[in-house]
Structures are given as C-alpha cells and as structure tokens.
Design a binder for this molecule. Structure first.
Ligand code: IMP
Length: 195
C-alpha cells in the first residue's frame, strides 16, 4: 500500500493522539495545527453522522486536502440515547468533561439499567468523494468515575467483557477495542482494497 496522506479534521488533541496510535504505518497524518488552520469547524446538524460529514466537508472545502473527521458520542440506554450528539457539551458551554460526567451520574442515580455504547462516525473526503466508517462499542456506566487515562466519559464507561473503565485501562488496550479502533479498521480495509 502506498503512503496515504490525510489531514485530520479535528481540533481534539486526544482524538488525534488515539487515531495516530491506532492507524498502522502507511498513513501520514497531518493535523489542523500543522497547517495553521484555526477556524472554528461548525457542527450544526443534529446527528453524529451529519456532524461528521459537515466537519470533513468544511475542512476539505477550505484546504482542498484529503481529510478525515471523527464525530463521536456516548449513547446511554436509560437516558434515551443521551448525551449522544451533545456529548461534548452535555452540561453546557464551554465543554467540560467533569461537569458532563457529574450530570450523567446524577441523571442515572441508582438505576439498575446502565447499558450504553460509544459510537463514532468517521468521514473521509478522498479526491472530493465522501466515505463514512462507523464504529461502536457496548458497555455499562459506573456509579462513580474510575481512572485518569483517556478523555471525555472514559472514567465512567466499562466496555462489555471487561472489569474496569476505559480510563483505568492502558491506552493500548482501549485502542485495540474502542469504537475509534473499529471505524479505523474499516478505513484501513477500504484503502487496502484499493491498493
Ligand atoms: P465531538 O465528536 O467533538 O462532537 O465530541 C465527542 C464527545 O464525545 C467528546 O468530547 C467526548 O465527550 C465524547 N467521546 C467521544 N469519544 C470518546 C471516547 O473515546 N472516550 C470518552 N469520551 C468520548
């Protein structure tokens, strides 16, 4: 496979770090910072699929570079799928991970049904054509935060089949099973099938 050069259409440094660690060699990743892109990227649709597409097209239209966006969120069964598309700013603006977690735990109280899933939709704009790759992982919400690794809701999410939260696992373990890992595996297969 020849080297694939992609601009990551995200200003979330934690997502960039995970994507870099997950993607195999063969990808050369540029960040918005690398190219001095500092515009605020709009996310104004009301779905993860829509926002993912919107972010990728915005950056592609401004730069003309092949790019990859990541829109993701936590969907909790007992909360009817919330925080979902509002995950980043669930407790209001500006986005605050601690406040978001506090609000989720408060809303869930002592509920027995604690099932949830992380989802991501990655949009690739390649030579002006859009391709989307989805990944999800099921799990459960804890009753209090555990661990300090990762980002966002990692301290309260235990992936199915594991005993502890994403934030209490090593990054390398999260990156083998996460929603992001699954979407990137599809992206990798897409490029491999074109080679
Ligand atoms: P957006 O994709 O920028 O709209 O924001 C996604 C939000 O979902 C993040 O700010 C986190 O709060 C949450 N999120 C997405 N992926 C993860 C993850 O892997 N771990 C923890 N939280 C995540």
């Amino acid at each position: 496979m020849k080297v694939v050069k992609l601009l990551l259409a995200t200003s979330n440094a934690k997502k960039v770090e995970e994507i870099r660690k997950i993607l195999p060699s063969g990808f050369e990743l540029l960040t918005l910072k690398d190219i001095g892109f500092s515009e605020v990227i709009p996310e104004t649709t009301n779905t993860i699929v829509g926002n993912s597409s919107q972010k990728a097209w915005f950056v592609f239209n401004r730069t003309g570079l092949n790019c990859l966006s990541d829109d993701s969120g936590l969907e909790i069964n007992a909360l009817g799928g919330r925080p979902g598309v509002d995950s980043a700013h669930y407790a209001g603006m500006p986005p605050d991970n601690v406040k978001n977690i506090d609000l989720v735990l408060k809303e869930m109280g002592e509920l027995q049904e604690r099932g949830a899933r992380f989802v991501t939709v990655m949009t690739l704009i390649l030579d002006g054509n859009e391709h989307q790759f989805e990944g999800e992982i099921s799990g459960a919400i804890t009753r209090s935060p555990i661990g300090t690794n990762g980002f966002g809701y990692d301290p309260i999410f235990v992936p199915a089949g594991f005993e502890t939260t994403f934030a209490h696992m090593e990054a390398v373990d999260k990156n083998m099973i996460s929603h992001r890992a699954k979407a990137l595996e599809k992206l990798n297969e897409f490029f491999a099938s074109k080679a």
